[in-house]
Design a protein around this ligand. Structure first.
Ligand code: 5RP
Length: 219
């Protein structure tokens, strides 16, 4: 039987096809993306640089000798490769388990193609079983939490965790997200919310799902 990590690795290998010949890559965050970064080692001389979604990915890229570039300096990107915590049949996602959702959403928005890599355990019919991460301005944490209770969720402060942007994270449990676009817009509009981890307004373009029988492509 394959472990979830084997399936992540398979998905990461399949993503190499999507970045061949592209000089500047958008790079996400997490254990699946870590496999992808490691696989880039063999091609590093063909890569001009990467725009990274977190300090953790930046460090890993730099260790391989891949220059990390500022998004402001490179403009729109051809392709962005990142993982997800949940994926529905419309390729809408929950992201932010690693707390990098704000930079991830910015890079996804600035990329022509978003290739999402994940193990098959991330695939769901309805988003919301995974606690929904929300990055907030610290002084707004309790206020945003109360608004999330009104929306039917059970917010929990990810205590002790500070994002790369100096924000805090609330993980909202038991929120069944039947209308992801509407829910993303509603939560985006709460004062103090920096980013909600629903990626529905800008979903993935391609999902590569590692399964024991090979990689399934959803698009
Ligand atoms: C980080 C993320 C990750 O993509 C998500 O948490 C999936 O992580 P992993 O690849 O470790 O399962 O959104 O903010």
């Amino acid at each position: 039987m394959s472990s979830a990590d084997d399936l992540k690795r398979k998905a990461a290998e399949a993503a190499l096809e999507y970045v061949r010949g592209i000089p500047i890559l958008g790079i996400g965050t997490g254990s699946t993306v870590n496999h992808f970064i490691d696989l880039l080692a063999d091609f590093r001389h063909q890569i001009e640089g990467a725009v990274s979604s977190s300090e953790a990915s930046t460090e890993r890229l730099k260790k391989l000798g891949i220059p990390v570039l500022d998004l402001n300096a490179v403009g729109d990107l051809e392709v962005y490769v990142d993982g997800a915590d949940e994926i529905n049949p419309h390729l809408q996602l929950i992201k932010g388990g690693g707390g990098a959702l704000t930079r991830e959403k910015i890079i996804a928005a600035a990329s022509r193609k978003f290739v999402c890599i994940a193990d098959e355990g991330k695939y769901v019919d309805v988003l919301g079983r995974f606690p929904l991460p929300i990055e907030v301005i610290p002084m707004a944490r309790s206020y945003v939490s109360r608004q999330m209770v009104k929306l039917g969720g059970q917010p929990q402060w990810r205590e002790g965790f500070i994002t790369d942007n100096g924000g805090q994270i609330i993980d909202v449990h038991n929120l069944e997200i039947l209308k992801p676009i509407e829910m993303e817009q509603t939560i985006n509009n709460i004062p103090g919310v920096v980013t909600v981890g629903i990626f529905a307004l800008r979903p993935a373009d391609v999902v590569l799902l590692g399964t024991p029988d090979g990689v399934k492509t959803l698009n």
